[in-house]
Write a protein that binds this ligand. Structure first.
Ligand SMILES: C[S@@+](CC[C@H](N)C(=O)[O-])C[C@H]1O[C@@H](n2cnc3c(N)ncnc32)[C@H](O)[C@@H]1O
Length: 212
């Protein structure tokens, strides 16, 4: 009889603790899911959360030479209070350089999972994972409302398609493009670096009728 009671007690305790452990794990998972991604306070590189590529990209991968990256960041006068979005971020060099040199928080968007993995590895090597995030996303479906600076190295037709969305951003948002312009939207500045052209615009308060 005594043996039976002890056995019953042990079984009861084990079932209860499994229940508690299960609840705690589930609660932690839900908390993690509910937490919005943050750029501040992130201390480790995010786990590789890439998925198969949803569709072919609109632009092939060609990296911007480092002197051109440096000049793009200089012309936009990026600083530690900026939030930079690189649309089609490749190996992450623009976001990572901005984080390293100027303490800028940045988000790189790329449709290609290989590029995202490469950029995450590069951010980790550079020690800037607290300021640099990379997201596997279609740039046309990305919310850009938090950006104060946007960098591009795309193609003329992609810039044209993106233009109405860029003109809807907060007035004062700076946009820098390597190699390609925005058609009728005249740049505020154009510069040449190592034979490459860099274009610089600032989103105006009033969008001219011909650009709407
Ligand atoms: C010319 S590379 C520029 C890379 C980087 N910004 C740089 O300047 O070194 C263009 C990048 O855009 C990405 N891309 C193409 N279409 C895209 C789309 N619809 N959404 C997000 N990324 C895209 C490609 O995978 C590629 O990495």
């Amino acid at each position: 009889m005594f043996k039976k009671i002890v056995l019953l007690l042990i079984t009861g305790v084990s079932v209860t603790s499994m229940g508690i452990a299960g609840c705690t794990t589930q609660q932690q998972d839900l908390e993690a899911q509910a937490k919005p991604p943050t750029l501040t306070g992130q201390t480790e590189a995010p786990a590789a959360t890439t998925q198969p590529q949803e569709r072919p990209g609109d632009v092939p991968y060609v990296p911007t030479p480092q002197p051109v990256v440096d000049a793009m960041l200089q012309v936009a006068k990026v600083g530690k209070n900026d939030v930079l979005y690189d649309l089609g971020s490749g190996d992450g060099r623009i976001v990572i350089t901005a984080a390293q040199k100027y303490g800028t928080r940045g988000v790189g968007i790329d449709i290609d999972p290989e590029r995202i993995q490469e950029a995450n590895a590069n951010a980790q090597k550079a020690g800037v994972t607290d300021r640099a995030q990379f997201r596997q996303q279609d740039l046309f479906k990305t919310d850009l409302s938090q950006a104060t600076v946007i960098t591009l190295y795309l193609l003329p037709e992609v810039n044209q398609k993106l233009r109405p969305e860029l003109l809807k951003l907060k007035p004062g948002t700076r946009i820098v493009s390597h190699a390609f312009d925005m058609g009728d939207w005249q740049p505020q500045q154009t510069l040449q670096v190592d034979g490459k052209t860099i274009y610089y615009w600032v989103v105006p308060k009033e969008v001219p009728a011909n650009l709407r």
